[in-house]
Every structure is written in structure tokens, then in C-alpha cells.
Design a binder for this molecule. Structure first.
Ligand SMILES: Cc1cc2nc3c(=O)[nH]c(=O)nc-3n(C[C@H](O)[C@H](O)[C@H](O)COP(=O)(O)O)c2cc1C
Length: 477
């Protein structure tokens, strides 16, 4: 596995990345990312010589928009796709053993430091991504580091970070997220919460930060386990928080209780394709120190509408975590888990080999009851093991031909959602009620008469492979 700079070299050498010079941070980077990102096999884009900024102060977008590039970034075979790729990631998660970070005295991130009156977050080419965004966002593909007051463990969570003024940023943290729960413990004691925000980050640490790991599990330890070596950290001078030594840009400071200071945050063009959470008061961070590497890179998720939104990295790690959650609760014979690209968390597909009556429903309910599977969803679709959950046409075919709307759809109410859910009605929003409902769609053949279900006439996988091999000169697979 590679660090960010190694990854960039690899992608450039393999035609997986393009350098774009001369774009404007004001909407142009966002627009280019969107147009390019909606194409076939879009490359990652590294923006340099950004309008008004010196060469070397860069922005990196669309990193994980193909399965191939994502697999490569993780050091996996770039031929793997769908559930096979998810399974490779699950292998890392199996036998999880915390590998704590290693403290070093300096790293690339300490090459440059701003403090006191010298702090100016606008020194970096922070993009305004979407037309109606309320400002410039330095944090999208980032990690917000906090330390739990009671447990003493260090949490990393991805949350968007808007620049309010040269030394103040605001953070949008959804209710129930660990970053918020940790901050609330400081605020209840009328204390400011120490924070460090990593704005240019390597893939594994980012994947860990954006994943719903259990309470008390540090993303540093998880990333160390996945990497097979400890993450190198330096102690932040202002907060004492551990900062990834080889990251690109880190803002260190403190987040006062919201009744002491909060500022209007948003709107922001969210991964759902909407500006749903609008503008609300959000907690701020008073930035006390800024660390950055020479020729720093801000890693950015453009949050495109529909395909593939906030990237395959999230799809893969989240699907792997949900699959693990199912197995931990005793659901056997899970053959695949996938968050479909068009809906991400809103369209969760689980494929199982049914073993008993109720197996499919049980899998869906367990997913809804777990931390990663239960957050901000809408449809849980359970399909048989002959369906590839990562193939939307296959999933829709199963729904169309195996689901009886009257008996195969169940509604669950009052579930954990978020202000970014566009379907929360205005009256609920006003009351601060951000719960939603879920539909379980059982698109499996009914178990009691599964043997009598009309036979499928497609080739089985072995015959398909045989024909492909023999006739490869005429068939494009
Ligand atoms: C690109 C990206 C951006 C995200 N932005 C936010 C955000 O602004 N606010 C938020 O609460 N969650 C956001 N999330 C989801 C959280 O990172 C995720 O739920 C994570 O588990 C939160 O970690 P925590 O519970 O340790 O705080 C984002 C995820 C990704 C992949």
C-alpha cells in the first residue's frame, strides 16, 4: 500500500490521473471534477497552478471513482470487482488486532508551520465546489481527530469543514456521530474540545475515518492493522493530539461549546445530490496552528450527484463492515454486500444463500440494527445468491421477478438518519426530528416453495466461462 505521494506517482505512470493547470478554485475545480467524474473510467485529477495560487499548492479530486484505481490504491489486484473486492477488504478486518500508531518527532507535515497572527487557511487553494455552497470547503476527504475525555482513546471521523475566516473553520457533524458524542462530553463540562483536522490524507486512514467503527476503536489502530505497520504520528504542539506525520495539511485548534461560538454552516452540495441540510449554526474550530508539507495537497471529494458519489473506497469499506456486522450477529451464508452506486447508503443490497424460512428478513433487520448498516439508509434489498449485488440490472431483475409487493416489502419506522437526508419533511426538520423510515425489499425466491420457483434460463457461471475462453476472439467480456 502506498502513501498519497506514492499513489500519485503510480497513477500518473499508469494513466490513471491527469494534471490540470490553470483552473479557478471558485467553482471551476468543482465543475471540471463533475464533468470528468461522470464520464467512463474517469481519471483522478490533480489541480496545480490554481488561479491566484503558487505552483505546488494543489487539489486532488476524484481519487476513487473506479474500482480498478481503488483496488490499486489499496495494493489489491486491480482485476477484482464487486463483492470479491469487498471480500478482500474483509480479510483485513478479520482477526482485527489493534496496531497503535508510532510517535516520531517530525514528519513531512511539520515541514511548514503557521501560528499566531500568521495563520491564514486561505493560503491553500480551498475550493468552492458547487454553485450554492455557502463557502469554501477545506475539509471533505479529511479526518477530524478528537480524544474521548473519559475513555482516553483517539477518534478520527470524516466531516466537512468550511472556512469561516483565515483562522476559523466550522464543522458539520451529524447527530450520533462519534466525533459529536466526544465533543459533547467536553461541552457538557463547559470546555472546548481539542481538535486536529487532516485535510490531505492517505486512503486507508481516510477509509477508516469515514467508517463507523465501534466506540472505543481508534481509527489509527485500525489503519495500522490494515497497513501492517503503525501509522507514524507527531504530537500536535497545541492540543497534544496525534497528527499523521506524513499527511499534507493539518489544522489544529479547539472547538468551543456551540453556545459560546457557532457560525452558519452550508449549504453544501451533498453526496445525496441535494443541498438538503441547508444553513444551520455549526460548531467552529479556532485554528491555533497549521502544519503543512512542502507543495501541499488538499484531498477533495466533489460529492457528485449519482455516480459514484463519494467513491468506491467508501462503498467497499462500508459494504465490508456491514457484511461483518451481519456475520457477527450470526447471519450465515452471506454471499455479498454492496451499496449500489446510485444511492450509496440509501440502497443496500445483501445477497444470501437462503437456508431457512425468515433468513432473508433476518439479514435485513440485522443490517438495520447495526451501526454502519443502520445509519442514513432507505432500502435494504435482499437477493438470492445467484444475483450479483453490485450489478444494478441484476438486482432490479430480482426485484422485478421475485418480489411480491404485497408480501415482500416491510416498513421499519423511526430509524437513525441525518439532516442531509433530503426526504425529511420540513415539519419534522423544524422539530429537529431527523429519523426516517426504511423499506426492506425481500427480492429472494420465497423459501417455502423455492424448489418449485420457475427455473432461470441463463447460463451458469462455469458454462459462461467456458464459452468466453473458447470464443474470446468474437466475444468482448
Ligand atoms: C467523503 C465523506 C464526507 C463525509 N462528510 C460528513 C460530514 O460532513 N458530517 C458527518 O457527520 N459525516 C460525514 N461523513 C460520514 C462520516 O465520516 C462517517 O459516518 C464516520 O463513521 C463518522 O465517524 P465518527 O462516528 O467517528 O465521527 C462523510 C463521509 C465521507 C466518506
Amino acid at each position: 500500500m502506498r502513501d498519497l505521494r506514492g499513489l500519485i506517482d503510480d497513477w500518473l505512470a499508469n494513466g490513471q490521473m491527469k494534471v490540470v493547470e490553470g483552473a479557478d478554485w471558485d467553482l471551476e475545480i468543482g465543475a471540471i471534477s463533475e464533468v470528468s467524474g461522470l464520464g467512463q473510467e474517469p481519471p483522478a485529477l490533480l489541480f496545480d497552478k490554481i488561479k491566484g495560487y503558487p505552483q505546488g499548492f494543489r487539489v486532488l479530486v476524484n481519487m476513487f471513482q473506479t474500482q480498478r484505481r481503488t483496488a490499486r490504491a489499496l495494493g489489491l489486484s486491480d482485476a477484482l470487482r464487486g463483492p470479491a473486492l469487498v471480500n478482500a477488504i474483509r480479510k483485513w478486518m478479520e482477526n482485527y488486532k489493534a496496531l497503535p500508531p508510532k510517535v516520531v518527532t517530525s514528519g513531512f507535515v511539520t515541514e511548514n508551520i503557521m501560528e499566531g497572527k500568521g495563520i491564514d487557511v486561505f493560503k491553500f487553494p480551498v475550493p468552492k465546489l458547487h454553485k450554492e455552497d455557502g463557502g469554501r470547503y477545506i475539509g471533505t476527504q479529511d479526518a477530524v481527530i478528537t480524544k474521548d475525555l473519559e475513555g482516553g482513546w483517539v477518534n478520527l471521523g470524516t466531516a466537512r469543514v468550511q472556512v469561516q475566516d483565515p483562522s476559523t473553520v466550522s464543522i458539520y457533524i451529524s447527530p450520533g456521530k462519534q466525533t459529536r458524542l466526544i465533543a459533547e462530553r467536553y461541552w457538557e463540562r463547559k470546555q472546548s474540545c481539542p481538535v486536529a483536522i487532516v485535510c490531505g490524507i492517505e486512503p486507508v486512514l481516510f477509509a477508516a475515518a469515514s467508517l463507523g467503527l465501534p466506540w472505543g476503536v481508534s481509527e489509527y489502530d485500525f489503519a495500522g492493522h490494515v497497513h501492517g505497520e503503525p501509522v507514524k504520528i507527531v504530537d500536535g504542539q497545541y492540543t497534544g493530539l496525534p497528527i499523521p506525520a506524513d499527511s499534507e495539511i493539518v489544522l489544529e485548534g479547539e472547538m468551543p461549546p456551540p453556545d459560546v461560538d457557532s457560525r452558519p454552516e452550508g449549504p453544501f452540495g451533498e453526496w445525496t445530490g441535494y443541498y438538503a441540510s441547508g444553513t444551520r449554526p455549526a460548531p467552529v474550530v479556532h485554528v491555533k496552528r497549521v502544519y503543512y508539507r512542502d507543495e501541499p495537497i488538499i484531498t477533495v471529494v466533489g460529492d457528485l450527484k449519482i455516480y459514484p458519489l463519494d467513491s468506491y473506497l467508501s462503498i467497499l469499506f462500508r459494504s465490508a463492515e456491514i457484511w461483518n456486522e451481519l456475520e457477527k450477529c450470526g447471519i450465515t451464508d452471506v454471499k455479498g454486500v454492496w451499496l449500489l452506486e446510485s444511492g450509496m447508503r440509501f440502497l443496500l443490497v445483501i445477497s444470501i444463500k437462503q437456508r431457512y424460512g425468515g433468513h432473508a428478513r433476518q439479514a435485513a433487520h440485522v443490517a438495520l440494527g447495526a451501526r454502519e448498516g443502520g445509519y442514513l439508509g432507505r432500502f435494504v434489498i435482499v437477493v438470492d445468491d445467484d444475483i450479483d449485488p453490485s450489478n444494478m440490472a441484476d438486482v432490479l431483475w430480482a426485484m422485478a421477478t421475485r418480489c411480491d409487493p404485497e408480501t415482500s416489502i416491510e416498513i421499519v419506522r423511526g430509524c437513525w438518519s441525518s439532516p442531509i437526508d433530503p426526504r425529511i419533511p420540513p415539519e419534522k426538520r423544524k422539530q429537529g426530528d431527523f429519523t426516517n423510515s426504511r423499506a426492506i425489499i425481500d427480492a429472494c425466491r420465497p423459501f417455502p416453495w423455492i424448489k418449485d420457483y420457475p427455473k432461470v434460463h441463463a447460463l451458469d457461471p462455469e458454462d459462461r466461462e467456458r464459452i468466453l475462453q473458447k470464443w474470446s476472439r468474437v466475444i468482448c467480456s
